[in-house]
Design a protein around this ligand. Structure first.
Ligand code: PRP
Length: 188
């Protein structure tokens, strides 16, 4: 695998900026959910980095859970947006105040489908917290209560987001220079 510097177009959000914003979100959630029974649900895999930093910034008692979903197939997903659960929660959520934690909302299809699935389990409340929101790509209108950053329609990576499954570990959000990426991919 190549060094990310070979195809990094620009750093969109620096590590320190991310951490500052996540601290704000954590403080806001701590205020909003005071006295409630909070459960953070991370949708794997992209949301992992965000979840672990977010929870460190939430000062009230809370629980965490993980879910993984997979589309029914590219063609179908594009037309219906349906996903199936490949890793389900270990606990019932009917008496909990749930926040879904995502790295990015793009078309909105994944989160819309997950919201449908989880609403059926009758949580006390259910909302979405995403680090990044690509608003201009939205195809399904969904309520997003907490947004870290609204970003332009660029191919971003790092801080949980992958390119071909790699580079999730980077502590910042970068933009891929697609021409350079294609070149380094071909030359190995
Ligand atoms: C990404 C991201 C969201 C989804 C957003 O996941 O983590 O779950 O895409 O796209 P949408 O709004 O158009 O549905 P991805 O399927 O890339 O899986 P990953 O988290 O394992 O990388």
């Amino acid at each position: 695998m190549r060094d990310y510097r070979d195809f990094l177009g620009e750093v969109l959000i620096e590590k320190d900026q991310l951490q500052e914003r996540i601290a704000e979100l954590g403080a806001q959630i701590s205020r909003d959910y005071q006295g409630k029974n909070l459960l953070l649900i991370c949708i794997l895999r992209g949301g992992v980095m965000f979840l672990t930093d977010l929870m460190r910034n939430i000062s009230i008692p809370h629980m965490i859970e993980f879910m993984a979903v997979s589309s029914y197939g590219v063609g179908e997903r594009q037309s219906t947006g349906q996903v199936r659960i490949t890793l389900d929660l270990n606990t019932p959520i009917h008496d909990l105040d749930v926040i879904l934690v995502e790295d990015i909302v793009d078309s909105g299809r994944t989160i819309s489908s997950v919201l449908d699935l989880l609403s059926a389990r009758r949580p006390r409340s259910l909302c979405v917290c995403t680090l990044l929101d690509k608003v201009e790509r939205r195809e399904v209108q969904i309520p997003v209560k907490y947004v870290g950053y609204t970003i332009p329609n660029k191919f971003v990576f790092g801080y949980g987001l992958d390119i071909d499954d790699y580079y999730r570990n980077l502590p910042f959000i970068g933009v891929v220079d697609l021409e350079k990426y294609e070149m380094v991919r071909k030359t190995g």
